[in-house]
Design a protein. Structure first.
Length: 100
């Protein structure tokens, strides 16, 4: 996508790529293509970073990962699954919006 940081919208795109049916749990009309199209409008593509570079992870994305681990542990899961990431993404974004 050309971003200089991995952020929460990239986590959503990754979830959709790994498990395209995951959002059917919450929203029927959302697809990988619709999210990718929306994400392309979010960032500045002028300074596209090559995909071979390791990118830093935003503080929001780090918080999503931490919350996904907590959710997995709370469900006594031995691994963080896409469902944990999706729920963490949804609840963390909601929480971040309420704080600002």
């Amino acid at each position: 996508m050309g971003s200089e940081v991995v952020d929460t919208e990239h986590l959503l795109l990754g979830l959709l790529r790994v498990d395209p049916t995951i959002l059917q749990l919450i929203a029927q009309p959302i697809t990988l293509v619709s999210v990718r199209d929306a994400a392309s409008r979010w960032g500045d593509r002028k300074n596209k970073v090559p995909s071979s570079f390791d990118l830093p992870i935003s503080e929001d994305a780090k918080l999503v990962f931490e919350n996904a681990v907590s959710l997995a542990e709370g469900h006594q899961a031995s691994v963080v699954r896409s469902e944990h990431l999706l729920l963490a993404l949804m609840t963390t974004r909601h929480h971040m919006r309420r704080q600002s």
